[in-house]
Design a protein around this ligand. Structure first.
Ligand code: GDP
Ligand code: IMO
Ligand code: MG
Length: 427
């Protein structure tokens, strides 16, 4: 069996964790392909609410091997803490179950300091990053000065490499940003200790994937962030610094496009965004507050309130196109219960010209020049959290889902009607 890619279709936090947990039942490997601990993926199951930042969302399934792929950037202390937390819950997080690709890049405390310094320097145009060092570590990777997880195999020489990079970062912090340097000795000691601890987890990530695929096993590829946060195809510069889209799974894990059988986009039944940047369907009124309250829309990683707004169909069509989606998983439909009427963006307009295409390609400055064209749809008042079959959903709910399906041209195969594993309608 093949590779299945799970990718965020909006600005992140679509419910990828819960969808991956659901699909992991049939998978052999669950592999994260991009991002770092800027991600926060929630899995609610077996009486636990897991908030995962680095460990793939298949971890609750004992038969699954979890791979942190080459395209991921790893905060070593965060990974160790997450393994400890999961271990304390009785979950097996031994090195035979969790694998860390040798080619994954390592985030240092100075990457985080630089992230904060760059944000402060941007002033009013700050991106609103998670300050996890994501931009600086991917910049070092592209500049070919980064550290890779595989270099932890020799903890002592890893310590020397850490020292050199921290010193280079410190010069930037001091000379360019006028900030205090971070303590080199402390960071080196901590890094060497973490290298000793995490060394057993190192693996040849692409080899692991290749062997599984050759053996007919299913590799579930877990994306972080979402299509509109993609470095190339998102609302630049208000994006993250990795390939969040389906193509990122191929580069981030190291396999070819012929292996891909399904590409599953995950979208909320409305839209949210954390951080700065344009958000055409944003609601700054009571409806937006209501969605935030009912949907618990506060960041998994930073606790920041998420900006909330109506569903945007041009965005979903864009996600279908960019990722080659074969289907969509629609989450949080229950959150819309009791809102009348529901609005969805169906097109964009500028100077009397309408387009059904999401006009985000020219960047954030261009996007804000467009007006949103809405369509109203009837809401529903019935509690839908106990629905398990399509027929259990009220007619207005089905009409809402059918309208999305008609607009995007791919089937909606899974509907979330609550955060718990069972609160799912399959089609
Ligand atoms: P991810 O980053 O894409 O994995 O998404 P997050 O975990 O950051 O945010 C999704 C939030 O919505 C989590 O708190 C989930 O528990 C919750 N959630 C997922 N699906 C549903 C759903 O269908 N209904 C409700 N009410 N909550 C959901
Ligand atoms: P998951 O995987 C939502 C946002 C940040 C900021 C921008 C850049 O849980 O969906 P970064 O720290 O990556 O440099 O920040 O991207 N962002 C996310 N928003 N969900 C995420 O991850 C995000 N990861 C980063 O808020 O606007
Ligand atoms: Mg999240």
């Amino acid at each position: 069996m093949p590779a299945i890619i799970v990718v965020g279709a909006q600005w992140g936090d679509e419910g990828k964790g819960r969808v991956v947990d659901d699909l992991a039942r049939q998978a052999h490997i669950v592999a994260r392909y991009n991002g770092g601990d800027n991600a926060g993926h929630t899995v609610v199951a077996q009486g636990h609410t897991l908030r995962l930042h680095l460990v793939p969302s298949g971890i609750l399934h004992p038969h699954v091997t979890c791979l942190i792929g080459a395209g991921v950037v790893v905060n070593l202390a965060q990974l160790a803490a997450e393994l400890d937390e999961l271990g304390a819950l009785g979950i097996d997080v031994g090195p035979e179950r969790v694998r860390l690709a040798a080619a994954a890049h390592v985030i240092l405390p100075t990457h985080r300091a630089l992230d904060g310094a760059r944000e402060a320097a941007r002033g009013k145009t700050a991106i609103g990053t998670t300050r996890r060092g994501i931009g600086p570590v991917y910049a070092d990777k592209a500049a070919r000065v980064g550290l890779r997880a595989g270099q932890m195999a020799d903890p002592e020489s890893f310590g020397e490499l850490v020292a050199a990079l921290v010193q280079a970062h410190n010069r930037l912090l001091q000379e360019h940003y006028g900030l205090d340097p971070l303590p080199v000795g402390e960071i080196v000691a901590e890094s060497v200790a973490l290298a000793r601890r995490l060394r057993p987890y190192l693996a040849d990530g692409s080899e692991l994937v290749a062997r599984a695929l050759a053996a007919g096993q299913t590799v579930l590829c877990e994306g972080a962030q979402g299509t509109l946060l993609d470095l190339d195809h998102g609302t630049y510069p208000y994006v993250t610094s990795s390939s969040t889209v389906a193509g990122g799974a191929l580069t981030g894990l190291g396999f070819g496009p012929r292996e891909v059988a399904r590409v599953i986009g995950v979208a909320k039944a409305y839209t949210t965004r954390v951080g700065a940047g344009p958000f055409p369907t944003e609601l700054t009124d009571e409806t937006g507050d209501r969605i935030r309250q009912v949907g618990g829309e506060y960041g998994t990683t930073t606790g920041r309130p998420r900006r909330c707004g109506w569903l945007d169909l041009p965005i979903l069509r864009y996600a279908v196109q960019i990722n080659g989606l074969t289907e969509l998983a629609l989450t949080k439909l229950d959150v819309l219960t009791g809102i009348h009427p529901l609005k969805v963006a169906v097109a964009y307009e500028r100077g009397g010209k309408q387009t059904e295409r999401f006009p985000g390609e020219w960047g954030a400055e261009e996007l804000i020049r467009w007006q949103v064209v809405y369509e109203e749809l009837p809401g529903w008042d019935e509690d839908i959290r106990s629905a398990r079959r399509w027929e259990d959903l009220p007619e207005a709910t089905r009409a809402y889902v059918a309208r999305i399906e008609q607009a995007i041209g791919v089937p909606i195969s899974l509907i979330g009607v609550g955060p718990e594993r069972e609160e799912t309608v399959r089609r």
